[in-house]
Design a protein around this ligand. Sequence first.
Ligand code: BDR
Ligand code: CA
Length: 311
Amino acid sequence: MRKIPVILDGDPGHDDAIAWVLAKGSQQMNILGVTSVCGNQTIEKTTYNARRICTLIGLDVPMAMGRLRPLISAPIIAPTVHGESGLDGPALPEPAYPLLEMDAVSLMAKLLEESEEPVTLIPTGPLTNVAALLLAYPELKAKIARISLMGGGVQYGNWTPAAEFNILVDPEAADVVFSSGIPIIMAGLDVTEKAMIFPEDFERIRALGNPVAVIVAEWLEFFYQFHRGLGYEGAPVHDAVAVAALLKPEIMESQDLYVQVETAGEFCKGATVADFNGVLGKAPNAKVLMGIDRQAFVDLLVEAIETYGEG
Ligand code: BDR
Ligand code: CA
């Protein structure tokens, strides 16, 4: 089986962590590198978390730290959702693999240059690093097969009524990415809030019994506690959908749409505005995921987590 070459870029974050567990455990991805971005917490904290996750799952690939802050907007962090560490909950191993001296954008550029085939980027945090890459190395666009991102929502937001967190944190970066002409798979709130993992699924995962399974179950518990307070019946594992969309596109429903990022609005900054009626007459720039077979998604995750108990 031919593996999909990918770069994981995220701000872990419980759901970023689970997305990476899925990417590695699927055994269908060739993970070329991992980069951190500031979002859920400061860049120092998300980088430390990224390194701890990679150690936990045995992902020994080139890893580099992202930019200190969004391109233009002031940083926003999310300790209410992910805790002060950005990944509160179970104890994790200390980082065992090195962090490169080079920054995330330089690492992405190097990996793209070296790859013989176009690479898929999977950003599960603000789009700061990806936009900085496209601005600094426009010639490398041709080496990017697609961008499967978690961000936005064409119906509503979660951090403001109009904006989802990842896009709100760095709307200018999101604008660069959505205007890039690179094929985009948008795993926004429209689908990720349907990718709900229920408490009984946590137990199914915990029962797999391997160390990664037990920690994923505890991450889900932690993530659920916050969401339960908002009336959710489970944990929406947003970021894992951006990975699942590449592994099993057949379990998703989608619409090809032209999506524009609002960078300036008083009430709508960070909104991803979709032209459902084609009034702008522009070609679609994103495959917007709208639905998911939830049970198939959970099964995919369980199968991936099970592999951590093998050999
Ligand atoms: C997104 O925001 C973050 O808190 C999550 O990690 C996810 O990427 C959901 O809005
Ligand atoms: Ca994230």
